[in-house]
Design a protein around this ligand. Structure first.
Ligand code: ATP
Ligand code: MG
Length: 390
């Protein structure tokens, strides 16, 4: 019995004539992401990608950890690959159940069989029945329970046959690189890493921009953002972060604009700069973690005034979500614990007591006319931007 990893993918199957290109992209992404785990070869077979280790001590768990974070992958199983011969399947299935019984208690089981190769003489229900009977007789004590078994033996009969006992869920989506590139405004909060994850999941490559206001925000605040960027890179394969010194720009806004408009003007400058980074790096949109009404700068009117400063699409995948829904995703994708570390963000350092919830575009434009040093300050910030690649 040869141990392999079965990789399932979903939406790509619906891609009609383009399906092959999406599959190739996924296979390539898999190759790039798991090569560090050990030598392997990849076989594509009827809506499955099979990873076959080519070394003795292959780190299956390490590979699975990486595979479930690759967008496009729906689930994975560590499986035994055997000949499509009913006698071989019987013996291997019993052997697998005995192996499981050695490591835990399994009072009941069922068999789920799927015949992908119609030349095989038994139908799917006949295979399940035959193998179930064999396991029942050879792995006693064990009962059949088709409704709530403690162990399920999956059998997929194709050119070869694959048997396994668990399916590990992945995140689905489309393969990274199949859908262009986006510039994510990444803060240290809960929302923006989730927003990046959601856009990334649809096959979009991500690059990020982070504004920091040292010494008003600490070194630790920056490190936290780097940590979040690294977690995102675990999904998209790579992530380049532009870290922009924002203190002088914020001080300029603070000194020259009415207090109730500080936040909205700061957000507009962030957007304008993010757009510039986007254009310079081949991104066709910017992404933020905003959702309607979360804070004063995220009312419908504020979002409108923010958008008026950019000339490319702004995607806000969390727009209709409540905070607890965002937190649920943050926990699932592993960013939550880092996001809640208690370091300041530049957005929270210079805040007005009563920011306007319905800023008017013309009053904001008038206020921005006072920012006579802004052009040079932005150029200087761009010159001093640090780039970190993951
Ligand atoms: P949270 O709301 O969980 O504190 P957040 O990341 O959503 O975190 P907000 O103040 O709500 O923070 O900011 C709205 C959006 O603006 C963020 O989702 C992010 O896209 C962007 N943003 C905020 N601060 C920064 C920053 N310092 N650098 C880059 N983008 C930022
Ligand atoms: Mg937010």
């Amino acid at each position: 019995m040869k141990k392999v990893i079965l990789v399932r993918y979903g939406e790509i199957i619906l891609k009609g004539l383009n399906r092959g290109a999406f599959e190739d992209k996924l296979v390539n992404n898999i190759k790039k992401r798991i090569y560090s785990v050990g030598k392997f070869s990849i076989v594509k077979e009827q809506a499955r990608i099979i990873v076959e280790p080519a070394c003795e001590d292959y780190d299956f768990d390490g590979a699975v950890e990486k595979l479930i974070r690759i967008f496009g992958v729906v689930s994975v199983s560590i499986a035994y690959k055997i000949d499509s011969d009913i006698n071989v399947i019987r013996k291997s299935a019993a052997c697998l159940v005995k192996e499981m019984q050695e490591s835990g208690s399994y009072p009941s089981f069922k068999v789920e069989a799927k015949r992908g190769d119609k030349r095989f003489p038994l139908t799917s229900p006949e295979i399940a029945c035959d193998i179930g009977g064999y396991i029942y007789e050879n792995c006693a004590p064990i009962e059949v329970d088709v409704h709530d078994p403690s162990l399920t033996v999956y059998i997929e009969v194709r050119k070869d046959t694959y048997i396994y006992t668990s399916k590990i869920k992945a995140f689905g989506g489309m393969p990274t690189g199949s859908n262009g590139k986006a510039m994510l405004l990444l803060s240290g909060g809960i929302d923006s890493p989730v927003a990046g994850f959601m856009i990334g999941k649809r096959g979009v490559e991500l690059e990020g921009v982070h504004f920091y206001s040292y010494p008003y925000t600490s070194e630790r605040a920056k490190e936290k953002v780097l940590e979040l960027a690294e977690i995102l890179a675990g999904y998209t394969g790579k992530f380049k972060l532009h870290i922009v010194p924002f203190t002088d720009i914020q001080l300029e806004i603070n000194n020259k604009c009415p207090e109730e408009l500080l936040t909205i003007i700061m957000r507009r400058v962030m957007m304008k700069m993010a757009e510039r980074y986007a254009r310079n790096t081949g991104c066709s949109c910017v992404v933020t973690g905003e959702s309607i009404g979360q804070v004063a700068s995220q009312t419908m009117q504020s979002l409108y005034v923010t958008d008026m400063v950019v000339n490319m699409p702004v995607f806000r995948p969390l727009i209709g979500m409540d905070k607890d829904e965002v937190i649920e995703i943050a926990r699932k994708i592993g960013t939550f614990e880092t996001s809640i570390l208690p370091y300041e963000d530049c957005c929270t350092v210079f805040v007005a007591k009563h920011p306007k919830t319905r800023p008017q575009l013309d009053e904001v434009l008038r206020a921005e006319e006072n920012l006579d040093n802004m052009y040079e300050l932005i150029e200087r910030a761009i010159e001093n931007t640090e780039i970190v690649e993951f």
